[in-house]
Ligand binder design. Structure first.
Ligand code: ADP
Ligand code: ASP
Ligand code: MG
Length: 411
């Protein structure tokens, strides 16, 4: 029988009633003749609560234990979803990541899926089971420890299962009815897109649009998974939501397709480091070893052989970054006068494949922000995106101004 993957995010399984509503949707697909793999997130708020417990217990935690704790939310919903389906007389059972097994790297808290053998679940399908409910977000390392895939990782679990089982489609059910030109919670003018190109979705996701985890888009692109984002609350229909697809399938040709933002950024400045060959490696090597995701980097002009180095990273990695750099300093690998952490910044990005062929996007972006009196602290560009770091208090204003400037509300 054809296989369908259906993923339900936190708000879609937030209560027993919501789980029942999600299960009904699964029932509709089972009735159509699909064998369904359901991937579930933890009930909304649950993972945050667990992360909070870990941080309170141990601020520079052992990531293996972090994973042991934060993966547990999904175990609850997987079991409850299987029970709910059984109550509806649909043959179903739950799997935790290690039982499948979802084999991952040992990069705890940010592990990558390496392999999902499908024999276990397929054997059950062959015996008449119709729904395999799998706890999203988790896997098992080569060392036999529980891993997690990074926040929002259930999306990636879903796409990886769709690839491993050659599913007809991977439907991501969430609390909005598709991918919008920007977060509809920030701009009332945000417009739902019927289709979005993989590459644009990849940039939007990696720049903060958490509707899909970046890695899930990467996998869908690589394995040609038909990926759809839709609401678990609205009417059920076959053409609902947003289809993430190849660029060729999209007719629009705008310079900018969407505005993404990331609220929790930090700007770190190393004051007065030696301007010598190898300094960047000496700084960013230890940061990478400590698991710090450095994004934008600027090195200022050197004066008397010394320079300032500025970089951005997620706010919750500042502690790790400070520790890694002060240890490198103690070891004599780098020398700096001061490390300044500005934790009140946000990153705003304009994304669009049309940028490849249309010029003037950066100029328009800078002009729009300047007209609002917003100061730009750092700029980074790539072929299809422009990102700026600004004071966090201006984030909503900047998103709305840019959404207006690029006329994204217009169809
Ligand atoms: P889930 O728990 O279902 O995985 P998430 O909270 O991870 O849901 O992702 C859905 C949220 O993503 C929406 O509620 C919305 O606020 C946010 N979001 C950010 N950018 C966008 C966008 N461009 N389009 C749609 N939703 C977006
Ligand atoms: N529950 C996890 C999180 O909140 C994974 C997910 O929902 O995708 O990040
Ligand atoms: Mg999510």
């Amino acid at each position: 029988m054809p296989v369908l993957v259906m993923k339900f995010g936190g708000t879609s399984v937030a209560t027993l009633d919501r789980i029942r509503r999600a299960a009904k949707r699964v029932g509709v697909e089972v009735a159509k003749g699909y064998d369904v793999i359901v991937i579930v997130s933890a009930m909304s708020g649950e993972t945050n609560k667990l992360v909070g417990f870990v941080n309170e217990t141990s601020p520079l935690f052992d990531a293996r234990e972090y994973d042991a704790v934060v993966s547990s939310g999904e175990n609850v919903t997987a079991g409850l979803m299987a029970l709910t389906l059984q109550e509806m007389d649909i043959p179903a059972r739950s799997w935790q990541g290690w039982q499948v097994p979802v084999r991952t790297t040992s990069a705890h808290s940010a592990a990558r899926i390496e392999e999902i053998p499908n024999d276990n679940i397929n054997a059950k399908f062959a015996e008449g089971m119709r729904v395999a409910v799998v706890a999203g977000f988790q896997g098992i390392s080569p060392e036999g420890r529980i891993t997690t895939l990074g926040r929002g990782g259930s999306d990636t679990t879903a796409v990886a299962f769709a690839a491993a089982f050659n599913a007809e489609r991977c439907d991501i059910y969430t609390d909005v009815d598709g991918v919008y030109t920007t977060d509809p919670r920030v701009s009332a003018k945000a417009r739902k897109l019927d289709k979005i190109a993989f590459e644009e979705m990849l940039e939007l996701a990696s720049l903060g649009a958490k509707v899909l985890q970046t890695r899930s888009v990467e996998l869908a692109m690589r394995y040609n998974v038909k990926l759809r984002v839709l609401s678990s609350f609205g009417e059920q229909s076959d053409d609902a939501g947003t289809l993430v697809c190849d660029e060729e399938e999209i007719m629009e040709n705008r310079p900018v397709s969407g505005i993404a933002f990331s609220r929790e950024e930090a700007k770190m400045t190393l004051v007065s480091v030696a301007d010598r060959p190898g300094i960047a490696a000496a700084i960013f090597g230890p940061l990478s070893d400590a698991g710090v995701n450095v994004d934008m980097i600027i090195q200022n002009i050197a004066e008397a052989g010394r320079t300032d180095m500025t970089f951005s990273c997620p706010n919750d990695q500042v502690l790790r970054a400070e520790k890694a750099l002060s240890e490198a300093k103690e070891r004599g690998e780098i020398n700096y006068k001061e490390l300044i952490a500005d934790k009140d910044v946000a990153k705003i990005s304009a994304v669009g494949i049309g940028m490849r062929s249309q010029s003037g996007v950066a100029a328009k972006m800078f002009k729009t922000l300047s007209a609002e009196g917003i100061n730009i602290k750092v700029i980074a560009t790539s072929e299809i995106k422009i990102s700026v770091l600004i004071d966090r208090k201006y984030m909503e204003l900047a998103v709305q101004a840019l959404h207006d400037a690029f006329e994204l509300e217009k169809d």
